[in-house]
Design a protein around this ligand. Structure first.
Ligand code: SDX
Length: 374
């Protein structure tokens, strides 16, 4: 392949953004100038969602208004709830959530309005309703009654309540909140760039987020957190880990939860998520996955100098919280809707149709022979 082609847009800067900065050289990540580590320590997920969408951390009055708007939009229409109940139980939850966002667009009265105010209102409706759709399928698939959203619960508390019928301890809720803060935004990753590309033709936010969900499902991207759990379940016990990972590397297989296009010395989000993974394991009294985690990480670094990414600690944490493995990436979705929406609005604000070139290497120009001569 000739040098002027950058397959996968490797190392190519295609636009500017004010939303987040990924700094591999100092292993850091900031949302609107604040480091994610400080945001995890000092803020709720709702405060960070406001920050990503609006550019500033909210004051008390702004946060109260934001929470009121999010909570008053959580309900789904009877029609969409009926549609979810009719969806095949074997459907992948990422396909259910992608379809549910499309269904939301059919009902949204502002679909044709791409103004920044309308887009913010639509972003809030998608942000508020998507957890309800995911939780509804989580229950329906198990033959359980759907639990309606509750306005007196936080974003994370409400998600647990809609899935399990109860809210866990505040330590578990905090760990979940932290995972949502870490998942919220990450510059021009493939699902965000998908959303920006769809937006660049002036299509609507529901369509852009639908495309982004389809992209996030891939195991090279958000789907990796599910694959990490499948890997840990294959390893089963810590005493199997060393042999398993060495065999896997001998076969030159890709190890999910490791490596990153931008971070080459480790994902800045991992230390924070790993801390909460350990906390949840202690609370649940199950440290088996932590032991497997450490053995696999050690070998990956020693043999390949490849470090974990955010999906590596997050997968087993969600498992310990009681979520089905194929619901891990939908949890990534409910958080990343904030980042995707911010980028969609940023793209609208300074749009240029995204249309790269390709280098032709097919047949040279030739004449058509009529059918009876071919
Ligand atoms: C996310 O972009 C973002 O910001 C994404 C994200 C976000 O917040 O939006 O951070 C979230 O998607 C994290 C990544 C989750 N994906 C995985 O965990 C899947 C496993 N990872 C790999 O597929 C890979 O690391 C990628 C796809 C993530 C990045 O790969 P690149 O940059 O395209 O590099 P590459 O695949 O060309 O790998 C370079 C070398 C290769 O070896 P050689 O062929 O040169 O000998 O490193 C090897 C690869 O084989 N390698 C791995 C590996 N990752 C890279 N080998 C084994 N296991 C791995 N995980």
């Amino acid at each position: 392949m000739s040098d002027d082609i950058k397959k996968g847009l490797l190392g190519i800067v295609v636009d500017e953004t004010t939303i987040s900065q990924v700094m591999p050289e100092i292993n850091s990540l900031t949302y609107r100038g604040y480091t994610v580590q400080e945001l995890c320590d000092k803020c709720s997920f709702e405060e960070v969602a406001f920050l990503v969408l609006n550019g500033e951390l909210p004051n008390e009055k702004q946060l109260k208004k934001f929470i009121k708007e999010e909570r008053s939009n959580r309900k789904l229409s009877k029609q969409i709830l009926k549609d979810i109940q009719k969806m095949p139980k074997k459907a992948h939850p990422m396909d259910v959530i992608r379809t549910s966002v499309s269904l939301m667009s059919l009902e949204d009265k502002e679909t044709k309005d791409n103004s920044s105010k309308a887009n913010m209102r639509k972003a809030m409706r998608i942000f508020a309703k998507t957890p309800t759709a995911i939780a509804a399928f989580f229950r329906v698939r198990k033959g359980k009654k759907i639990i309606s959203p509750k306005k007196n619960l936080s974003f994370s508390e409400n998600f647990f309540h809609m899935c399990f019928g109860k809210v866990p301890t505040k330590e578990i809720v905090k760990a979940f909140d932290v995972s949502l803060i870490l998942y919220a935004e990450h510059s021009f990753n493939v699902s965000t760039f998908t959303a920006r590309t769809i937006t660049s033709s002036l299509s609507d936010i529901h369509g852009a987020i639908t495309g982004a969900i389809a992209s996030l499902k891939g195991p090279l991207h958000g789907g990796a957190n599910e694959e990490v759990m499948h890997m840990m379940n294959k390893i089963k016990k810590p005493e199997n880990a060393l042999k398993w990972i060495n065999n896997t590397l001998d076969k030159k297989d890709v190890v999910m939860g490791f490596g990153h296009r931008v971070y080459k010395k480790g994902d800045s989000r991992v230390p924070t998520m790993q801390k909460y993974f350990k906390k949840v394991a202690e609370i649940k009294g199950d440290k088996k996955f932590n032991k497997i985690y450490d053995i696999v990480e050690r070998v990956m670094i020693d043999r390949k100098n490849i470090h974990p990414n955010v999906d590596y600690p997050t997968g087993p944490t969600y498992h310990l919280m009681g979520f089905d493995t194929d619901f891990f990436t939908p949890i990534f979705v409910i958080s990343r809707i904030t980042g995707w929406s911010a980028h969609i609005m940023e793209q609208h604000a300074a749009n240029k149709l995204i249309r790269p070139l390709s280098k032709y290497k097919g047949q040279e120009h030739r004449k058509v022979m009529l059918l009876n001569y071919r």
